[in-house]
Write a protein that binds this ligand. Structure first.
Ligand code: RP5
Length: 197
């Protein structure tokens, strides 16, 4: 019943759970980031509303299965992270998935506003939160696993070097494919400038 998709042959240290398969588009960024850092993880859909018994079993048994941190992503009335935290002493990191109706503000508040006594570490809405949940998990695991601390340090250092190596925002935006289609001379900014002279 507790079979999940493990990332490698190694025993997973992180469990990435989500309320619906529709959350995967967001939560795969947690998975990809852990893969980049070489942290073994497992993933599975566990819904607080649709499969509450599975959620209780998964959360209650995660620690004895060798999982050290749980990342839980959910959208809307996002009870999954809080309910997971209620059944385990493992740290739970919550990722608010962007909802259609309220753009994830509902998810964010549902996850962040836990009553005192049962903490959920809440990340940003959507992709940024999913990436940061994985990075924070790696930072926490690093206290016990030196190779993960080193992988995390290298990730951060490479990120810093990338920014320093690309000081020109136009060139960096072009490289990332996010440059605006409009040529600089047609922008409102350049028109204003021309008027002033
Ligand atoms: C939540 O409801 C899930 O986490 C998901 O973000 C949201 C919508 O689920 P689906 O209707 O797409 O399955 O429980």
């Amino acid at each position: 019943m507790l079979n999940a998709n493990a990332s490698s042959g190694e025993s997973p240290l992180v469990g990435i759970i989500m309320g619906s398969a529709s959350d995967w588009e967001t939560m795969e960024h947690s998975a990809r980031t852990l893969e980049e850092l070489g942290v073994p993880y497992e993933t599975r859909v566990v819904s607080a509303h649709r499969t509450p018994d599975l959620l209780f079993e998964y959360a209650a048994r995660a620690e004895q299965r060798g999982i050290e941190i749980l990342i839980a992503g959910a959208g809307g009335a996002a009870h999954l992270p809080g309910m997971t935290a209620s059944k385990t002493a493992l740290p739970v990191l919550g990722v608010p998935v962007e909802s259609k109706a309220l753009k994830g503000l509902d998810s964010l508040l549902s996850i962040a506003q836990m009553p005192g006594g049962v903490p959920v570490g809440t990340l940003a809405i959507g992709k940024a939160g999913a990436i940061n949940a994985a990075l924070l998990a790696a930072a926490m695991l690093g206290a016990k696993h030196p190779e993960i601390r080193e992988a995390y340090r290298k990730f951060r250092e490479a990120q810093t070097q990338r920014v320093l190596a690309n000081p020109d925002p136009r060139a960096a935006a072009r490289a990332l494919g996010i440059t605006s289609a409009a040529p600089a001379k047609n922008t409102a900014h350049s028109r204003k400038k021309r008027k002033r002279v």
